[in-house]
Design a protein around this ligand. Structure first.
Ligand SMILES: NC(=O)c1ccc[n+]([C@@H]2O[C@H](COP(=O)([O-])OP(=O)(O)OC[C@H]3O[C@@H](n4cnc5c(N)ncnc54)[C@H](O)[C@@H]3O)[C@@H](O)[C@H]2O)c1
Length: 312
């Protein structure tokens, strides 16, 4: 067995850690010696059970019952970490909800609640943690996105928020570049209450009609324990990790890098804009992803055009 990454002396905050993946992240971080703030909604008794489990294993943990989608709640979580455990070195932005509906019937309440919990919370929780990490010039932030960001029917509020997490991660990673604060995102997949709800109690419209998905999902179900994404999250949260501004997915037993790429494309003449007809003629070339690159910033996308300017 691998020796444990040592996280002794570090404080980790895991949001939405009363159950499911967050609970697994909290237990794994605790097992490696981090003191853990186990956040979940106020009054969620499962968070106390996770704390007990960590303590039984010889670790240190506290419950912080606050709503991440409210700025004051988010501030209170980080204040708990600082006051009760002495700091913040690791932040896992994991809390989540599911409010499925087709776009035409999606209520304003379900749009707002989903964006608040999955995306606004990233700003609210990370800002106060960021102050501490910047000051100490060290931190590991792991933001939870989802492969639903690739697109899914019946969950557009969720997939839009999870795609927003990618932009949040990329930009914060750049702002953090002058310190050893690394910011990455994960797209986990595991069977949890949320995953079960998406198929059973509050099924995502049309999901179960997608026979290819249902059959593929069943085929990887035996590799869908929460421990699988937890291994990736703990690595990204450890001092051993050196990447930043990157996205990693875990689907069943497969771990992969996910990226926003730009196709090699077609260079139109520099002296005048092309017509729509010219775009149509060149569309296959523009659209082809046979050749592409992965800019690490908006700046790199511009820089890549310059050497290809005619007469430059
Ligand atoms: N399970 C999967 O396959 C999967 C796939 C992709 C992404 N994710 C993401 O992983 C994260 C965890 O998912 P899970 O499957 O463990 O879900 P889960 O429903 O089992 O757990 C989510 C936890 O977040 C808590 N929570 C919800 N709103 C909160 C709030 N406002 N403040 C604080 N806590 C709050 C819930 O009470 C719950 O304990 C979510 O962000 C989810 O979107 C999960």
């Amino acid at each position: 067995m691998d020796s444990l990454f040592s996280l002794g002396g570090q404080v980790a905050v895991v949001t939405g850690a009363g159950q499911g993946l967050g609970a697994e992240y909290a237990r794994e971080l605790g097992r490696r010696g981090a003191a853990v703030v186990v956040n979940d909604l106020p009054g969620n008794e499962k968070a106390a059970q996770v704390v007990e489990e960590i303590e039984r294993g010889g670790g240190r943990a506290v419950v912080s019952g606050h709503d991440v989608s409210v700025r004051e709640g988010a501030r209170a979580i980080i204040a708990d970490a600082a006051q009760q455990l002495g700091g913040v070195h690791i932040l896992i932005n994991n809390a989540g909800i599911l409010r499925p509906s087709l776009f035409e019937t999606m209520s304003a309440v379900d749009i707002d609640a989903t964006i608040d919990v999955h995306l606004r919370s990233m700003f609210y929780v990370t800002q106060p943690a960021w102050d501490i990490m910047r000051e100490q010039r060290y931190g590991r932030i792991v933001n939870v996105s989802s492969t639903n960001a690739f697109g899914v029917e019946g969950l557009i509020n969720y997939s839009a928020a999870k795609a927003g997490v990618i932009g949040f991660t990329n930009s914060l990673a750049l702002e953090a570049a002058r310190s050893d604060v690394l910011v990455n995102a994960v797209m986990p997949n595991a069977i949890t209450e949320m995953a079960r709800a998406s198929m059973e109690t509050t099924p995502v419209p049309r999901l179960l009609e997608n026979e290819q998905f249902v059959s593929s999902y069943a085929s990887v179900a035996h590799c869908s324990e929460p421990a699988r994404p937890a291994a990736l999250v703990v690595y990204l949260a450890s001092p051993d990790c050196s990447v930043t501004g990157e996205i990693y997915s875990q689907t069943g037993p497969r771990y992969s890098r996910v990226f926003l790429g730009v196709s090699h494309g077609w260079m139109s003449p520099s002296d005048a804009p092309p017509s729509a007809e010219e775009i149509a003629r060149r569309f296959d070339e523009i659209r082809s992803v046979d050749e592409f690159f992965v800019p690490a910033s908006m700046s790199e996308d511009f820089e890549a055009v310059v050497p290809r300017l005619s007469g430059a």
